[in-house]
Design a protein around this ligand. Sequence first.
Ligand SMILES: [Zn+2]
Length: 255
Amino acid sequence: MLEKILGKLLLFIITFVTLVNGYFITPTNAQDQSEYRVDFSGVSAPIPVNIRTGPTTSAAIIDRLQPNTRVQFSGWTRGTSLNDYWTSSPDNRWFFYEKNGVKYYIASAFINGNPPATDQNNVLVSYQVTITTNIPALKQAYENAIQNWNNTGIVSLTPTQNAPITLGEGYARGYDGFGWWQLNGSRVTGGTVIQWNRVSNRNAAYLEALATHEIGHVLRLNHRSDYSIMNNSWLTRITAPTQNDINELRNIFSR
Ligand SMILES: [Zn+2]
């Protein structure tokens, strides 16, 4: 009897520890959830291949690819590592395509085809940033803007506490927003301010475009007159950096 109780207690302790570990592990893993946006295609393995709602084998299966199907992807991320169907080497990349704003994920291990060179080796600039505003709409705009720049595959912005680059709210020198950067030795400082009383009635798309634009200045981008998030006249029509902006970032940071 005592043994049975001890056995149950042990099971309880093991379960509890696993849950606690699970809780701590999740946020750590979440830091490497960058998504890389790039168009490419691949052909699925000669077996049915699962299509899932997320980049892990625990995500729901929502459909299956027929064998040898060509798929047009719009980006990739990292998730559960699986052994490659052809080479057996481990591969933690998951490719995704989008339909009606929803992402569908397929393990790279079952796709013959690779994204063009936009992996982490191509990141040319990595900064830690701190969002200092508590205004929910601005916070969201900054979070989306960070994702927009990270999606280029050449910038890596990591939100953290007390970073030398701050993304906040305040007086913007007569503009909707303001962004700057400064070099102190090898240490880059900088930041953005968005003046809330000028933009509080604007929609979420404009706030995201504005935040992306101002962070562009932190990334040393100047204003442009062509198709660009750094062109003020495009801010009501696009929210993310364009190929012109990506090319300019390469110019600046690959020197
Ligand atoms: Zn500007």
